[in-house]
Design a protein around this ligand. Sequence first.
Ligand code: URA
Length: 239
Amino acid sequence: MKLVRLIANLGYGSRKQVAAMFREGRITRRDGEVLYADDRIEPAEVCVDGEPLDPPPGLTLMLHKPVGYTCSTRDAGRLVYDLLPERYRRRDPVLSTVGRLDRDTSGLLLMTDDGGLLHRIISPRSQVAKCYEAELAADLSGEEAALFASGTLMLDSETMPLAPAALEVIAPRRARLTVTEGRYHQARRMFAATGNHVLALHRVSVGGLTLGDLASGQWHALDAGDITQILDGGRTPDA
Ligand code: URA
């Protein structure tokens, strides 16, 4: 693909604007040599205004989502895209969230422009485990783990029971829930079905990928090893 098109697709501007950036000498090789609009060159070799070009399509990233941000491109209020470089919301192919976290949920959020990968991660058939830490309004009764593991729990207004999920109790009002589905408000509704209420919800891992020491609001691009961790690490909950 010609550089002008690649760079425009990465959200730096319209093709006309990017063509002007070439004319102004703002697009160079790493060694400073000026590049031209129809050059074909490895994206990793390209700089814009002296900064390395953004990752080309095939980008998957992890974000430590803070509470108060919405997984949407358009809602009113703060959006997860506000935590990324501004041009990332104009990328083509589009950078989408892999499933959603509620506005009031924090933790590990994946974003990708790879539709096939997105579907592999969210499909219940892939059995990619999503692990949440929940802080609860009332003490756990001790019966939740068996109910969640049973594969018979039916959430309000649904027609299919939930797949088995694992619950690890950490403290009387704190637990770690691991699920392989991504139904609407699933964790909150599961605890609500036991008569409890989730005060705070935080996703700690997706498959074998954990937040590590990534600070709230920070993000980084994933590599092939991270993707393997997501898909092949921590597949089925210990239900
Ligand atoms: N379950 C929920 O209830 N909310 C989330 O954000 C994720 C899982």
